[in-house]
Design a protein. Structure first.
Length: 254
């Protein structure tokens, strides 16, 4: 269907606003930057393939659960977090809901049936960190032909699937929360993590990924409990212990 001229102009203006904002606001060396889309503020954190992006849940001492605990683990390697955020849903005991793979070891199996809540709002999906690339893959497709993921976390719903919004999203929907997610470029070389700074509905969040960031596949990670650690922005959100955490490990500065 051909887009009307007014619609094309709105898309163009949104894209230009996005491209201008991060470049002006991003601190030197920080992977994260603020932007705005349709009156809602977001923070975006971008990772390129080859950077040391990992998932963290627990170590020999048990649940990590916080950005500070992850930094203590990384300190043993002479590294620290460049940024981090919560990375998927979890049970009351902080164990992951659905598939979870850490350092090549599967700790929790994939879950395919529909269920109540956002996780079971099918289609849901898996974020995979593999050698030299990232992927967001719909869960049944992932289960049919599992790729070799060093790290993986299942969550839901999918925000964007093959360039299309999740079919259950409602434009102007009134379910609004602080939300975070991840989208991956078509070549798998770039992953963009987003967290809203204001309550946002699924439709707006999905369109940020599809229409502004131009990412063909994106996955919702969670809402209400969403938190960000971004030292380049002077930010370390506080809250209760988390389950899975995704973070970029970078060398300590001398």
């Amino acid at each position: 269907m051909m887009m009307k001229p007014a619609g094309m102009m709105r898309k163009l203006l949104a894209a230009l606003a996005f491209l201008a904002a991060p470049a002006a606001a991003q601190p030197m060396g920080s992977p994260c930057a603020p932007t705005e889309f349709e009156g809602t503020r977001f923070t975006l954190c971008t990772v390129e393939a080859g950077q040391d992006l990992r998932l963290f849940h627990s170590d020999e001492g048990g649940l990590l659960g916080s950005f500070a605990a992850v930094n203590r683990v990384l300190a043993r390697e002479g590294k620290t977090l460049g940024f981090a955020m919560n990375a998927g849903m979890y049970h009351a005991d902080r164990e992951p809901v659905g598939l979870y793979v850490e350092n090549g070891q599967q700790r929790s199996a994939i879950v395919l049936p529909a269920s109540p809540g956002n996780f079971g709002l099918l289609p849901n999906g898996v974020f995979c960190i593999a050698a030299g690339r990232f992927a967001v893959i719909e869960s049944t497709a992932f289960a049919a032909a599992p790729p070799d993921c060093r790290f993986a976390t299942q969550s839901g719903p999918m925000l964007v699937i093959g360039g299309k919004l999740h079919p259950r999203f409602i434009p102007g929907g009134d379910s609004r929360y602080i939300r975070n997610g991840v989208g991956v470029s078509a070549d798998g070389r770039r992953a963009v993590f987003a967290i809203s700074e204001q309550p946002v509905n699924f439709d707006t969040f999905g369109r940020l990924y599809r229409d502004v960031l131009g990412l063909p596949d994106a996955l919702y990670l969670d809402g209400k409990i969403s938190r960000l650690y971004a030292p380049g922005l002077g930010r370390s959100d506080l809250g209760f212990a988390m389950g899975p955490i995704v973070g970029l490990a970078v060398p300590n500065q001398p």
